[in-house]
Write a protein that binds this ligand. Structure first.
Ligand code: CP
Length: 304
């Protein structure tokens, strides 16, 4: 039985194999139209989502499988006090694989211990979001052609942004990557992440300026300030518009730089950036579905 709770649950070779399969799905999707015939995916979302839940469901449907689940805790027996462990043990009787999102860090890990089917973490609090990372890696591979020798700027809420934590963890396992961590002081990346970059010998710089390194970036990964993780609304209001990427700011960027964003966006990317060919965030949404198709096939194969 394999679960995907953290991106480090996959080796680099396994990530590369999933991405290779994803590439093949793009090349010849019809080949996979019945790959999951008779299989069921349950999406258990205790926290809101548009992309992750719907892309998981679209992925399973495109593979010939079926889907069931809930999109909010209030419509499940969690509202009556059921534990995630009991929920997951129950849903394992109905589905072959479970994708679970939960506001509490560690909830999918705790649930997986009791699960009789593979569990995929679809985002747990401010901790990690491994399937967004597969999406991001696929986007980088498609748009830049490699995972080495890139200067990657990550901008915004690097403290609570779980996609940032998972992406740094994944990219730092490849060679010769350099990271520019752009955030207000209060929203800097947690120490355990920078310690990990140091242990792996990666070059990183923390700055509170979006402009300072703009000319050097190969990728600018923008993130939303995570309102739902703040204890104090005044702090959120003070910090939420610290960085706004505009078309004017992009003038200094490389012509082949790519702007990524896990979405949803609030104000951090101006709408006038959307038509710039460097804006890759809606292509990223498409890659998310393909990456999840490849992952579902991989994890059910691994569970055999
Ligand atoms: N990127 C992402 O996780 O989006 P959703 O919250 O809409 O699923």
């Amino acid at each position: 039985m394999r679960h995907l709770i953290d991106i480090v649950d996959l080796t680099v070779e396994e990530i590369d194999s999933i991405l290779e399969k994803a590439g093949d799905i793009i090349a010849d999707g019809a080949k996979y139209a019945h790959a999951m015939d008779g299989k069921k995916l349950a999406t258990l979302f205790f926290e809101p989502s548009t992309r992750t839940r719907l892309s998981f469901e679209a992925a399973m449907l495109e593979l010939g499988g079926t889907v069931l689940g809930f999109s909010e805790a209030a419509s499940s027996s969690a509202a009556k006090g059921e534990s995630v462990s009991d929920t997951i043990r129950t849903v394992g009787c109905y589905a072959d694989v479970i994708a679970m999102r939960h506001p509490k860090e560690g909830a999918p890990r705790a649930a997986s211990i009791r699960s009789i089917v593979p569990v995929i973490n679809a985002g747990d609090g401010g901790h990690c979001h491994p399937t967004q990372t597969l999406t991001d890696l696929m986007t980088i591979k498609a748009e830049k052609g490699r995972f080495s020798g890139l200067t990657v700027g990550l901008c915004g809420d690097l403290k609570f942004g779980r996609t940032v934590h998972s992406l740094l963890n994944a990219l730092s396992r490849y060679d010769d990557m350099r990271f520019i961590l752009i955030s207000p002081e209060e929203l800097q990346v947690p120490d355990y992440i920078t310690d990990m970059l140091d242990e792996r010998g990666l070059s990183w710089t923390a700055t509170n300026s979006m402009d300072e390194y703009m000319e050097e970036l190969d990728i600018l990964y923008m993130t939303r300030v995570q309102k739902e993780r703040f204890f104090n609304e005044a702090d959120y209001i003070r910090l939420k518009d610290t960085f706004i990427l505009t078309r004017a700011k992009l003038e200094r960027a490389k012509k082949d730089m790519r702007v990524m964003h896990p979405l949803p966006r609030v104000n951090e990317i101006s709408r006038d950036v959307d038509d710039d060919p460097r804006a890759a965030y809606f292509r990223q949404v498409y890659y998310g579905k393909i990456a999840r198709m490849a992952l579902i096939m991989w994890i059910l194969e691994a569970a055999k």
